[in-house]
Ligand binder design. Structure first.
Ligand SMILES: Cc1cc2nc3c(=O)[nH]c(=O)nc-3n(C[C@H](O)[C@H](O)[C@H](O)COP(=O)(O)OP(=O)(O)OC[C@H]3O[C@@H](n4cnc5c(N)ncnc54)[C@H](O)[C@@H]3O)c2cc1C
Length: 221
């Protein structure tokens, strides 16, 4: 199951970004200065912040999408140092689960087959004299996108706004979208001012997706 936890951020993120904005225009009102700076697209003031999330129980398919976001820092559970033969878990897409009552167990049966292949390659590599690390790193080539992983990701508020714009959108893939909304929910609690209008691009203007638009934007509340 996906679990997203905001582990750390500055104690007063709205305050420090507001102070940065106020300093730029010699204002004594940080909150108002922050609102003006954001309205003017002077978004660098939002970079005086860092949000670190622990994300557990997500697929390697999600990981591939998440790490496309370059203005972020990542630490991901290693499939080289960790022997996956004892602790492999899998993410089953909800649409597969809902196909028929037996779909989830069929899917897990397939994962079990793959897991068997993983163990076979690992054993053969170890028997051929390779180290455990080498066996892990080559056997993992058969592991699927569904393999669950855990990671830490750190982004500043400017990057988070951009991330939410793309990944809270109905056009984003379901798993990363679910993760983005869980992150946004927690950001809004600790920095309500910064993330006041955060969310998919359609929260702040017209949908940028053109012909690909979902035509059914999520509600702000
Ligand atoms: C619905 C959807 C579908 C997608 N489909 C595909 C797909 O089919 N194939 C695919 O490969 N990817 C796909 N992606 C991924 C997408 O192309 C981006 O790689 C990903 O969303 C990261 O966005 P970004 O580069 O804006 O973000 P970040 O890497 O977080 O960068 C943030 C911003 O910083 C600036 N920036 C960062 N690096 C540079 C740089 N080197 N030069 C100039 N400016 C920079 C840009 O303004 C950028 O928007 C998809 C994404 C979405 C949301």
């Amino acid at each position: 199951m996906m679990v997203v936890t905001l582990k750390r951020c500055y104690s007063d993120v709205d305050g420090i970004c507001g102070e940065a904005a106020a300093l730029c225009c010699n204002s004594s009102n940080p909150q108002k200065s922050l609102a003006i700076a954001r309205g003017n697209g002077h978004l660098s003031v939002m970079e005086h912040s860092a949000f670190t999330f622990l994300v557990e129980g997500v697929s390697r398919a999600l990981l591939a999408q998440l790490t496309r976001h370059r203005i972020a820092s990542f630490s991901v559970q290693s499939q080289r140092y960790i022997d996956m033969s004892s602790k492999c878990a899998y993410v089953v897409p909800p649409n597969i689960k809902s196909l028929r009552p037996s779909a989830e167990s069929e899917f897990m049966y397939q994962m079990g087959m793959i897991h068997g292949w993983y163990k076979n390659w690992q054993d053969e590599l170890l028997a051929a004299g390779h180290t455990q690390g080498e066996a892990n790193e080559d056997a993992r080539f058969v592991l699927p996108n569904a393999t669950a992983t855990s990671l830490m990701v750190t982004m500043n508020a400017r990057e988070l706004m951009h991330f939410f714009e793309l990944r809270c959108c109905n056009r984003a893939q379901w798993e990363i979208r679910q993760m983005a909304w869980l992150m946004l929910e927690q950001c809004k609690i600790v920095a309500p001012e910064l993330f006041k209008d955060a969310g998919p691009a359609c929260f702040r203007g017209p949908c940028p997706e053109g012909k690909m638009t979902c035509g059914n934007p999520p509600k702000k509340e």
